[in-house]
Write a protein that binds this ligand. Structure first.
Ligand SMILES: [Zn+2]
Ligand SMILES: [Zn+2]
Length: 343
């Protein structure tokens, strides 16, 4: 269709690190392999905070938002399997397909790794253009659930990394949306018991509602409470706080021959001290996990089967114009779970 006037859409724009504008930008143009998606729900995430601060790979100016779902408005001539009206979510990761990592099934380390919301405009705008190769049908899932498929995929990737075994006992620090998804995926993957720790009583209550084996408030009696639950430590200890002091203390709570998963994103320049003798003597294994790797189909199936509840994780909703209210909640570390932006 040829239009003789320019159409504008409302968007959140990170002009440069530390500089946010909510303004009208030209409607995105869709190429032959692209679909134009009317964004219905987009999740705010810690990564957006890092992009705002300028301490994460991204190019500016950028429309952030890498966790989103919506309805297809139009599809390019070469798009296969999608049509206007389809409800979709989007895997934000764009890989080159040519480098050594891409050719050895480790695309998350692609040497030319780029993503919607980091290098290409993402979900905090009314309309977004994405390659159909990054889209997935969500069927009858709600758009809110659709927007949480990306973080759930990252969680699944992390759990695949550690090779959780049937019967494993797991301790998770942090009851934010990621911690609560990790808890549910661990249970679905065969963990016999998942214990959740946090400093917020309210978040622990949500963990209980979602099936935590037990919850522990991280206060003075925390160590004693944990000793009672795990006299010899847990098989797996996961950090979902990104707080270096918490990460440093993880090995005190893991069983000999146990596994530690560093999931939370610590500040890039943070340091912790680890006793290498202890890692040797106790045969501890430390895992990192970055982004996701072809985990969207598993995440969608888990949600469609009703095995995982992400609906309870959406604590706040804001329109695009109200974006700063949601963003300030994150900046001030307020009491929230998932904050959704609904353009
Ligand atoms: Zn995210
Ligand atoms: Zn590559």
């Amino acid at each position: 269709m040829i239009r003789f006037w320019r159409v504008f859409v409302q968007a959140v724009v990170f002009e440069a690190p530390g500089k946010i504008n909510i303004k009208d930008i030209p409607e995105p143009q869709a190429g032959k392999e692209d679909i134009l998606v009317k964004v219905k729900a987009a999740g705010l995430c810690g990564t957006d905070l890092h992009v705002y601060k300028g301490d994460f790979i991204a190019s500016y100016p950028i429309v952030p938002g890498h966790e989103f779902s919506g309805e297809i408005i139009s599809a390019g001539a070469d798009v296969e399997g999608f049509k206007p009206g389809d409800r979709v979510c989007v895997d934000p990761c764009v890989y080159c397909g040519k480098c050594d990592f891409c050719k050895s099934d480790r695309e998350n380390f692609c040497r030319d790794f780029r993503a919607y919301g980091l290098h290409f405009n993402g979900g905090f705008e009314e309309l977004v253009s994405v390659s159909y190769r990054n889209a997935y049908q969500i069927g009858s899932l709600s758009f809110e659930e659709g927007s949480m498929i990306e973080p759930l995929s990252c969680v699944i990737h992390g759990i695949k990394r550690i090779g959780l075994r049937a019967g494993d006992e797991v301790l998770i620090f942090g009851c934010g949306p990621i911690g609560l998804m990790l808890m549910q995926v661990c249970k679905k993957s065969g963990a016999s018991r998942v214990i959740m720790a946090d400093v917020s009583r309210k978040k622990l209550e949500t963990a209980e509602r979602l099936g935590a084996g037990a919850t522990l408030l991280n206060n003075n009696s925390f160590e004693a409470g944990l000793k009672k639950l795990f006299p010899f430590g847990a098989d797996v200890v996961i950090d979902a706080t990104g707080i270096p002091q918490v990460v440093q203390n993880m090995s005190a709570h893991v069983k000999d021959a146990g596994k530690l998963l560093f999931f939370g994103v610590c500040p890039p320049d943070s340091r912790i001290s680890i006793n290498p003798y202890e890692v040797y003597k106790r045969e501890l294994t430390i895992y990192g996990t970055f982004s996701l790797l072809h985990d969207f189909p598993s995440a969608i199936k888990l949600l469609q089967s009703g095995s995982i509840d992400v609906r309870s994780l959406a604590s706040h909703q804001f329109s695009l114009s109200e974006f700063m209210q949601g963003f300030n909640l994150m900046l001030e570390h307020g009491d929230f779970l998932k904050i959704l932006i609904k353009p």
